[in-house]
Design a binder for this molecule. Sequence first.
Ligand SMILES: [Zn+2]
Length: 317
Amino acid sequence: MTHIVFNVAQHSQTVFGRKLMVSYTAYRAAMIDWTQALLNLNIDIPVGSDELSILCPFHDDTSESCSINLEKGVWICFAGCGQGSLKSFIEQYKQWDFKQVNQYLVSYKDTYNKKLFIVPTTEVDEELPMVKIPYNLGAVPRWIFDRQFTKQTMKKWNCGVSAANGLIIPVHDKAVRTVGWITRQEKQIPKYLYSRGLKKSHVLFGQPHVQKTNYVCVTEGPLDTMWLDQLGFPSVALLGMSMSEKQRDLLLTLPTNELILCLDNDEAGQRGLKRAMSLLGNKIKVSYINIPKEYKDVQDIKSYDILSNVIKNKRYW
Ligand SMILES: [Zn+2]
């Protein structure tokens, strides 16, 4: 049983011409729901994706130069209007000072709450549609080897290269059906682009590679998982920092006794950790690693010995 929340706010219906669906759990979590925080200010953002591009409200934009990452709460205008936390976006958009922005961000949920009603639904476990990857999967960009990935790893994960020299990483469901792909851009933001229609909250990246094992490392990004796997640590990725209920259910089917949460070493990763912890509860043995502060994620740790120690020193709650 899961809950879907319909937002029936009048402005939402007229502006978007349809009901908005947002995750009840995301709303309940103590984090800022940036989708709702922006929509309440009548900032017209597409719903349903964490990474999106919009016409920049700060210059005469015709090409959607403004990228927003709702999960990390950051924005950038590639024409140079600014970048940073979405708080600074709201500050600039509303011409508020920082205090007003913070006041808004503690109060928007109250107005939000009044606009909601909850319809319980039974989730249908539908299969994700299969896709064909329109890229060359026989070659990979050279920069991936600078990160010490090996050819064997690139072959194992059946990677390819995009026209813009990004790394193409196929995504398979648990039955090893190709359900989408990820483009890891070398330097551009956003780092990860997801193929159209890929429901990343419905898959565990790397799941088909997991065999009976004592533990599985759970990461945010596909490269984190591929890196751990290359060094001999079984791993799956959430494709984001926020574990979905579907992913929780998939994690509980893995042939393992323990999940080791290896999320990024930043604020978003910390929020993801809390969310994962509350979703998993005591349904399985769960531990987490502490990444030394000089590294931003597990992929940053190039030394096998250091990584192995970090994992060995996992903690339990
Ligand atoms: Zn701009």
